[in-house]
Write a protein that binds this ligand. Structure first.
Ligand SMILES: *Cc1c(COP(=O)(O)O)cnc(C)c1O
Length: 485
């Protein structure tokens, strides 16, 4: 691959800029003027079009093919949500507008969109109120734990520990530690949090429990009522990691179960293409008891139907993000919720669960499925039995790339050896799921007949096997033109 600079040929032209009416020397002080020509590549228009078209085809995304990345939920995001977020009434308004005198009125539509998104999320999850500020799931977790800390502080509770089951997402213990808590890890039993194990870890020093549900094994935690009861006894709060609420929409209201805080990843649950670090949104919902501590300012609806910012929040933990969060992502979620309606959201979750169970059932005879029972929107399987042939989860993942599929998540969660975590999402057709299963089954068969062929994969991509650690730690982001590409 050559960069656009390496393709440059001196003197070749793509555009002929208009001659400016006045020279730069007339308009700028002499010390700001360039002394030499800028180092831009010289190319024809066709060279440029081909270069970027090629780059766009090297990019892999849901718009081009199946992307079964467990936990990350790389689902198809309908284009109408992009249109809604792009309405110029939204995209053209300055984010500081509501802060200006009289600005609340001018930004009324934006404030209403924030208010309505929060109300709908509260309705779907059964929580009292939401904040849209957190810009990712992990930031939502940190916000939630700070809310829990504020609650205990206000009551004069001295609490130092947060419990995280080993089936929780890795960001959970990280968020609790970042908020200053000691993290207590408890082991799951048969894939689930066991009330007996939990009670062994509970005492008055416990501030809360962070539950990922469905957990990272793709299983629904069936002991929730008992867990809630145990925590209430020591005045500990319950955090619900709803990053994967795409499995539960319209079927579970966590507030009704007794959870105090929840975050929902809009970029996994509603609509927003994500990956490569963003953009995301991890709104946080709370029960009545945590209401006073929510980040501010809050959008409120006055009795005359107008919208305003409420700043007088004496117990608030303060802002956790600039403005009101990732506003455009929230707009996409709002468009998605309004378009789907209650039944549509439930149907999306039902299909996510159905698709995962279909793939699980088809692969069951070929790869070990350690928790082989009805799963939620994703499931884990293990390549451990192929170890004697010298084939590992990594080799299966690489071989899938040659067959045109993105690999599933591998080596996560840590509690399953040689783990492959598969999440098909709700929008995929049976044909696509079958093609993926066929490819995976043919790879497992090759592991028996010709393991060598898998160890060399991928053979068809621009790069082969990278040293992933070195690629991240010693990034090379510039090209040495003298050496050529
Ligand atoms: C993705 C995920 C997170 C983290 O969300 P980010 O937006 O990546 O910070 C947390 N918990 C679970 C269960 C997840 O799947």
């Amino acid at each position: 691959m050559q960069t656009v600079f390496a393709k440059s040929v001196p003197g070749r032209l793509g555009v002929v800029p208009e001659k400016p009416a006045r020279s730069a020397g007339d308009m700028l002080p002499a010390d700001l003027l360039r002394t030499g020509a800028p180092a831009l590549p010289e190319l024809s228009e066709l060279d440029v079009v081909r270069h970027y078209s090629l780059l766009s085809r090297l990019n892999y995304g849901v718009d081009s093919n199946f992307y079964p990345l467990g936990s990350c939920t790389m689902k198809y995001n309908p284009k109408f949500t992009e249109v809604a977020a792009g309405f110029k009434e939204f995209s053209g308004s300055h984010p500081l507008l509501p802060e200006l005198s009289g600005g609340e009125g001018q930004a009324a539509g934006n404030l209403e969109a924030v208010w309505l998104t929060e109300r709908l999320l509260a309705e779907i999850t059964g929580m009292k109120a939401f904040t849209l500020q957190p810009m990712a799931g992990a930031q939502g977790e940190l916000t939630g734990i700070l809310l829990i800390a504020a609650y205990h502080r206000a009551r004069g509770n001295r609490k130092t520990r947060i419990i995280c089951p080993d089936s929780a997402h890795g960001t959970n213990p990280a968020s609790a530690a970042l908020a200053g808590y000691e993290v207590v890890n408890i082991e799951s039993r048969d894939g689930l949090v066991d009330p007996e194990v939990l009670s062994g870890a509970l005492d008055d020093s416990v501030a809360g429990l962070m539950m990922t549900c469905p957990n990272t094994l793709g299983l629904f935690e069936k002991n929730l009522p008992e867990i809630v009861r145990l925590l209430r006894r020591v005045d500990a709060l319950l955090y619900y990691d709803g990053a994967n609420f795409n499995a539960c929409m319209g079927r579970l209201r966590v507030g009704d179960v007794g959870f105090d805080v929840v975050h929902v990843n809009l970029h996994k649950t509603m609509a927003t293409p994500h990956g490569g670090g963003g953009p995301g949104s991890g709104p946080v919902g709370v029960s009545e008891r945590l209401l006073p501590f929510l980040p501010g300012p809050r959008v409120v609806r006055n009795s005359d139907g107008s919208f305003a910012l409420q700043r007088d929040l004496p117990q608030s933990i303060g802002r956790v993000a600039p403005f009101y969060g990732n506003f455009a992502v929230c707009l996409k979620a709002l468009a998605y919720m309004l378009r789907c309606g209650k039944e549509g959201l439930a149907r999306a979750s039902d299909y996510a669960v159905l698709n995962a169970n279909y793939v699980r059932a088809r692969l069951g005879g070929y790869l070990e499925v350690p928790y082989d029972r009805v799963c939620m929107h994703e499931f884990v399987c293990s390549a451990a039995s192929l170890g004697e042939k010298g084939v590992h989860a990594l080799d299966i993942a690489k071989a899938l790339l040659d067959r045109g599929f993105h690999a599933p998540t591998i080596y996560f969660p840590l509690i399953v050896k040689e783990c492959l975590m598969i999440e098909p999402t709700e929008t995929e057709s049976k044909e696509t799921l079958d093609a993926f299963c066929d490819a995976l089954i043919s790879i497992v068969k090759s592991a028996d007949s010709d393991p060598r062929s898998l160890l060399d994969a991928p053979l068809t991509l621009p790069v082969r096997r990278l040293d992933e650690t070195r690629a991240a730690r010693s990034m090379v982001l510039t090209e040495d033109l003298d050496k050529g590409a």
